[in-house]
Design a protein around this ligand. Sequence first.
Ligand SMILES: Cc1ncc(COP(=O)(O)O)c(C=O)c1O
Length: 371
Amino acid sequence: MDSKYSLVDPSGILSPSMLVFRELVDRNLRKMIAIAGNVNRLRPHCKTHKMPAVTKIELAMGITKHKCATLAEAEMLADCGVKDIFLAYNLVGPNIDRAVKFLQKYTDVKFAVTADDSAMITALSAAVSAAGKSIRVMLDIDPGLHRTGVLPGPRAEGLYQQIVSSPGIEPGGFHLYDGHNHQTNLEERTAAVMAGWNGAAQLRDDFVGRGWPVPRIVCGGTGSFPVFAKLQDPAVELAPGTCVFHDSGYGTSFPDMDFEPAVVMLTRVISRPTPDRLTCDLGNKAVASDPPRGQRVVFPDLPGAEQVLHNEEHIVLQTPLAENYKPGDVLLAIPRHVCPTSALYKQAYVVEGGKVVDMWDVTARDRFLTI
Ligand SMILES: Cc1ncc(COP(=O)(O)O)c(C=O)c1O
């Protein structure tokens, strides 16, 4: 295992567990700021860590704008002292009342949400203005992911006009998330990201020409981050999330980026059922089971090990190296997808200088905090 993950004495660390390597988190954040060129261009997404401790490190590094996906994450950010929060989610049903409660509780927070539907904007405007509040609304533009949002065109125009003219609503600009742009080749990725950007930028120019304010365009995730970061447009806000912890999935997909996996799973061998099999306590309740099967984690000390079974509390590895291990032995594994993995843990061990120095809460793994 790479020496940056060495542990002086893992004997007291529970397994399975999530270890956060503090120095690597700091390094990833510093790289993120360097790529952005200016800390004020950043609006990192907290969905990867969901942790007050990481949010406070970001604040201490001067990152004041933050992005999230759930009201619990928004509340976690606000409780850490974040004053500019963008919940990149369309509010429907009881979430509209929760947003009003959020505005009432955190009166000094600038709070933004997305919308891509007229009835949604009407409902939000009615609820927020009845409470005497105002909310910033970002029109969700679809750059080709086809998950949410509208394509640049007449529908986008009608919706933004509604946003501009609705009581209780402040036009916040656009949200442009292109999570489909995972091309490994940077040139191909750049061309795809720019195609999405150009549509949004033209629409912005058109709207600004009509006198409609479009103060910001919140762009992309980790994959498109270096591309958006090169744009000189003052409206651009950069919203990477995963690179704060990074993982083996993005490490493979984006060889042009030098973020380092800062989260590692600690597991123990619990059985050697056959001479070439090791069973460890790292089931799919301990590390995310994102596809593809058989590649949910990377065991750097077991190159070529085949992940032949992944059950709730067991992972079974087929490897000729099995003979070197016995029950109780510790193995470290890098998750393929760290974001849903961190949500599986109430707390993470924090490692610094090879030693456990703290435990950090994964507060926003819960969907409901107080609101
Ligand atoms: C809307 C939105 N913005 C930003 C991000 C961050 O992207 P990444 O995980 O690639 O850093 C995500 C990730 O899921 C997202 O859904």
